[in-house]
Design a protein around this ligand. Sequence first.
Ligand code: CAA
Length: 287
Amino acid sequence: MDLEEINTIAVLGAGNMGHGITEVAAMAGYDVNMRDIKAEFVEDGYDQIEWSLNKLAEKDRLSREDADAALERVTPLVDMEAAVADADVVIEAVPEQMEIKEEVYRELEACAGDDALFVTNTSSLSITDLAEFTDRPERFCGMHFFNPPVRMQLVEVISGAETAEETLDVVEELAEEFGKTPVRVHRDSPGFIVNRILVPLMNEASWLVSDGEATIAEVDSTTKYELGLPMGTFELGDQVGNDISYHVLEYMHDVLGDAYEPAPLLEEKVENEELGKKTGAGFYDYE
Ligand code: CAA
């Protein structure tokens, strides 16, 4: 498939990443079907897109007309077949659990067009393993965005064992059409490049606090003001979602070993459903 043949994109999942990717694709001029399993999930995702486009317009990052036009290109849907039947590219951004992803890919494969490309926004799971849930491993790869997608420049384009070179080329071109900078990741290893570095950093910060060696405020001031990161480590954890970091770590722990054991502080946040900004509380309060 050539880039010019891509007109309609389906995004599966209307959570933080799903609605953010939908927004990016709609801003780039694509018609986007954003699908989730419940009407309230897609409605919430749609409201978040509207909020974000308004914010961008308010801050003169986007004209009011372009913001309105982008929103008009988004169709929120619950029905899988309606969402994917005409899609040229399907971007999957459902929860980071293999069983959920398997179920979604089986259903997707049954109703998507034969030529459609499937890409996954997984943060860490094996692209090769996910591709096995479909009949098109050569037209399947990772397309990993960062949170918030509308503000973050990088997209990792990750090859699975059977991904065709043409698939990687067109997905890279698509990332560029979205106004992003793609980086190709040749090795399908847990966390790819960014999360392999970033998530252990966030985990190490949690270990420091769990072990009573530093406070959250101390860690965040050093990462922000000394290491020069745009956000403190815990602030970033709340932005990403503590459940997301935790799932990435659990997977790295399983595949790569003990160095990646999640810290008790992070575990506690997930158990208490203090997942960060999206739940109103995480390492900080947002109410
Ligand atoms: N849409 C529109 N506006 C948004 C927004 C969104 N999605 N998210 C935040 N904003 C708004 C804020 O509400 C704020 O507006 P107000 O000033 O009115 O409150 C404004 O943007 C802040 O933007 P600024 O440019 O003034 O602030 P900044 O320079 O701090 O930039 C940032 C914000 C780009 C998010 C920056 O803090 C940053 O780069 N943070 C790091 C984020 C990061 O590293 N993300 C990757 C995480 S890893 C990941 O996602 C991978 C994974 O798989 C786990």
